[in-house]
Design a protein around this ligand. Structure first.
Ligand SMILES: [Zn+2]
Length: 154
């Protein structure tokens, strides 16, 4: 029984948050990939993201992409660690949503049903955590998906 659409291990979230905070200090966006698996239970499907990987970014205050060289570096980091289940990127100071560029990225590279996009704003907090939202493509637009950050015991 999946209570949430998406589960993300806290360690993976922390890696992304650190990268996003560091980039935001330089006034820049940042991005990376979430790796994990897709599970089926009782007719529902949920995703468990277990790791976060990144490689050199080419970014400004309002845009980010991987450099050309990043892709070979990434393929080595991804091998043996499951599926790419999502991309994560930051919107420093302007909240969590998918821009039209983000939508194009989602359509082009993350169009499987299980793929999601995680967007964080490193300048804003929600409770004690960095503000973050998860989204999936839906019809011509996108929708928010529910997620839980899970902590390993001990
Ligand atoms: Zn964006």
């Amino acid at each position: 029984m999946a209570q949430y659409d998406v589960y993300i291990d806290e360690a993976a979230v922390r890696k992304a948050e650190k990268q996003f905070r560091d980039a935001a200090r330089n006034g820049k966006e940042a991005m990376g990939l979430l790796l994990g698996n897709v599970f089926h239970s009782d007719g529902s499907e949920f995703v468990h993201a277990t790791d976060y990987v990144t490689a050199p970014n080419d970014s400004t205050a309002v845009s980010v992409r991987f450099t050309r060289q990043a892709f070979s570096e990434l393929s080595g980091k991804i091998r043996g660690k499951g599926l790419i289940v999502a991309w994560a990127h930051s919107h420093p100071g302007y909240g969590c949503f998918l821009s039209s560029t983000d939508m194009a990225t989602q359509h082009r590279y993350f169009s499987e049903k299980f793929h999601f996009a995680l967007v964080m704003d490193p300048t804003r907090r929600e409770g004690s955590a960095m503000l973050k939202r998860a989204f999936r493509l839906k019809d011509g637009g996108y929708e928010e998906v529910s997620f839980a950050v899970v902590r390993k015991r001990g």
